[in-house]
Design a binder for this molecule. Structure first.
Ligand SMILES: [Zn+2]
Length: 478
């Protein structure tokens, strides 16, 4: 198979992304899993899409890209209709009858994730796989859990292994810098000897861009389906929490993650059904849960016991800046991206905070850091910038709890409603404000003056009942 890309304005000259010989091919990092011809082709296609995104992005003129993307997520479509990028894909085993749907799905993936309308020209040689290869594998009840090294995927793989009576494997798709974290977590998990947890595999793929790649959700999900299918397993588990899956925008310039958005999962499932006749089911067991809730469940029910489980949780990495995960980095998390802010809140609520707070480059929930002798104005700008995620999240949470009527909702809430996650986001909002209450209430140790102001203001308004916040806190101390 072969993927070629070119632009009508000739800014890219027929660049060949991938031209693969399927005869001498192994999945990098997963040599033990046998793939048939169609599965190999599917692997190349998914890898090719990851690289394609990079090439297209670097050649896109700068637009108010994020803004547009978020507007699309809010329900508006069709901002970018300039079809000046052409991509030719030549497949060997794609069936003629699936050409139309395949083309449409590829186009949808890029429209949804990058707001780029690509003209895909797909041809197929319509080859029939060798007979022994077209035989369907025996399907068994087994589960592949996508594993990212974050809190959610650690909780996911443990709860799946404990709950199910069949083999569970973790799949880490390696494209960033957190291999060291995965290794440590894998060692600790295997020392617990959890009955159905077979192993955590690492699948290496070629990195696309060094910046955020929005098609990665599609890439990870499709590769998860591929590995599950090659093992003959029926299930793929994506253990993302609801507030991330259905993440609304918290302010107008937000970068919303759509890695596990329901549309992303659906597109991956349909494309893999076409490419390899997959019938793997995608399960999202935490789509109604918050991070603080899964941490609480895990601390109570983990086969490793509370102390060891805390140790495991402290190893996790949910920071959206993966370069912080480097084992030699004393500060393992940035502390102010949305991933860090929510992880930190979940740990504070569950009483695993002290050791954890030290690991953040900036502990935005707790301590304001002003270097001695520095220019105060400059420092206050730095501090403001580090609150770019937390302050809008606090605003959002407060608005959710103060909502009175149907139309009285904050920006971004339409998405929450669209997917019927109102109750989930009420609990999540209450957790965020309870974390603030824990740090800035009477005995709190928080000293960030901007958070303190927000808290005092919230209390003065008299609209949010402190008892509700205290009740939330006591739920987690049980
Ligand atoms: Zn971070």
């Amino acid at each position: 198979m072969k993927i070629t890309i070119f632009k009508q304005d000739h800014s890219i000259k027929n660049e060949i992304i991938t031209e693969q010989d399927l005869n001498n091919f192994k999945i990098p990092g997963l040599d033990t899993i046998y793939l048939n011809e169609r599965e190999k082709e599917a692997f190349h296609l998914i890898q090719g899409i990851f690289i394609l995104e990079k090439i297209i992005k670097y050649n896109q003129p700068f637009t108010k890209h994020n803004l547009k993307k978020n507007m699309q997520l809010e329900g508006e479509t069709g901002q970018n209709k300039s079809k000046n990028t052409k991509v030719t894909i030549e497949m060997d085993y794609l069936k003629n009858e699936n050409l139309g749907e395949f083309k449409m799905l590829l186009n949808d993936i890029f429209l949804f994730t990058e707001l780029i309308d690509i003209d895909f020209n797909v041809r197929t040689n319509n080859k029939t796989p060798k007979q022994q290869e077209s035989v369907k594998r025996n399907e068994i009840n087994g589960t592949v859990c996508l594993f990212s090294g974050g809190v959610d995927s650690v909780a996911g793989i443990i709860s799946e292994s404990v709950k199910n009576n069949y083999p569970t494997i973790g799949l880490y798709i390696s494209y960033n810098q957190i291999g060291g974290v995965i290794k440590k977590e894998r060692e600790l998990l295997s020392s617990w000897k959890i009955p159905n947890l077979k192993d955590i595999y690492t699948l290496k793929i070629k990195r696309g861009a060094s910046s955020v790649q929005h098609v990665r959700g599609f890439v990870f999900t499709s590769l998860g389906i591929l590995v599950a299918s090659a093992l003959g397993y029926k299930n793929l588990v994506i253990s993302e929490i609801g507030p991330v899956m259905f993440q609304p925008i918290y302010n107008i310039l937000d970068e919303v993650t759509i890695t596990t958005h329901p549309y992303t999962l659906e597109m991956s499932k349909r494309i893999m059904a076409i490419l390899i006749d997959s019938s793997v089911e995608i399960k999202t067991p935490f789509d109604e849960k918050t991070k603080a809730e899964i941490v609480h469940d895990l601390l109570k029910n983990s086969p490793g016991g509370r102390k060891e489980t805390e140790r495991l949780l402290l190893m996790t990495h949910s920071c959206r800046r993966s370069n912080f995960a480097n084992a030699n980095n004393e500060k393992r998390h940035c502390g102010y991206c949305l991933g860090c802010v929510i992880r930190h809140s979940a740990f504070i609520l569950n009483g695993i905070e002290d050791e954890n707070s030290k690991d953040y480059e900036r502990d935005v929930w707790g301590i304001e850091k002003i270097e001695n002798g520095g220019n105060n104005k400059y420092n206050s700008q730095i501090i403001k910038h580090t609150l770019d995620n937390l302050l809008p999240l606090l605003e959002f949470s407060r608005s959710i709890l103060l909502m009175t009527g149907n139309n009285d909702h904050p920006i971004g809430y339409a998405k929450v409603k669209q997917f019927n996650r109102e109750e989930l986001f009420k609990r999540f909002s209450l957790e965020i404000l309870s974390t603030l209450h824990k740090y800035y209430g009477e005995e709190g140790k928080g000293s960030n003056h901007l958070l303190k102001e927000f808290y005092e203001d919230m209390k003065k308004s008299g609209k949010i009942d402190v008892d509700i916040l205290n009740n939330k806190l006591s739920e987690f101390s049980k």
